[in-house]
Design a protein around this ligand. Structure first.
Ligand code: ZN
Ligand code: ZN
Ligand code: ZN
Length: 148
């Protein structure tokens, strides 16, 4: 992904801080501000944690990244595609899979009708364990049984 182009297309100026934060978020996992800071410092040494928080909020406002729930009390973010999607989140490794399938518009209309509410969007996140993490915890359990 061309980070500079993505910023420009979303009306944000290309700054070293924004570019470093976007690069840190590449890789598909949901990361907290602390984790982004840890990774982005290598690229942009003068980047402070408070700048990371501000940058994450402005990137999320511009629709370039998505907030994916919380990890240890901190909001986590992920670099996602621009089109509407839902999230499948592994609670062990925090890998996020984008689901482009959405069947919720009939439910939206029903809710709008039932509550006399003008619905203008929704977000949906499924939580669970990915196959790699299930395999890893399975082999841990097996090893534990063998040691007895
Ligand atoms: Zn997303
Ligand atoms: Zn996993
Ligand atoms: Zn949807």
């Amino acid at each position: 992904m061309d980070v500079g182009l993505a910023l420009r297309e979303n009306g944000l100026r290309r700054t070293p801080q924004r570019v470093a934060v976007m690069h840190a978020l590449q890789g598909g996992r949901a990361l907290s501000a602390h984790e982004v800071h840890e990774r982005a410092r290598g690229e942009c040494a003068e980047l402070g944690l408070s700048t990371v928080y501000r940058t994450l909020v402005s990137l999320a406002d511009a629709g370039l990244i998505d907030m994916i729930g919380q990890h240890e009390g901190e909001a986590t973010y992920r670099l996602c595609s621009g089109h509407h999607h839902h999230h499948l989140v592994c609670r062990a490794c925090r890998t996020v899979i984008e689901l482009s399938r959405c069947d919720l518009s009939p439910i939206e209309s029903e809710i709008a009708e039932d509550h006399d509410f003008e619905v203008d969007g929704h977000s949906l996140t499924f939580h669970g364990m990915c196959s790699a993490c299930r395999a890893a915890s399975g082999s841990r359990r097996r090893r534990a049984t063998h040691s007895h």
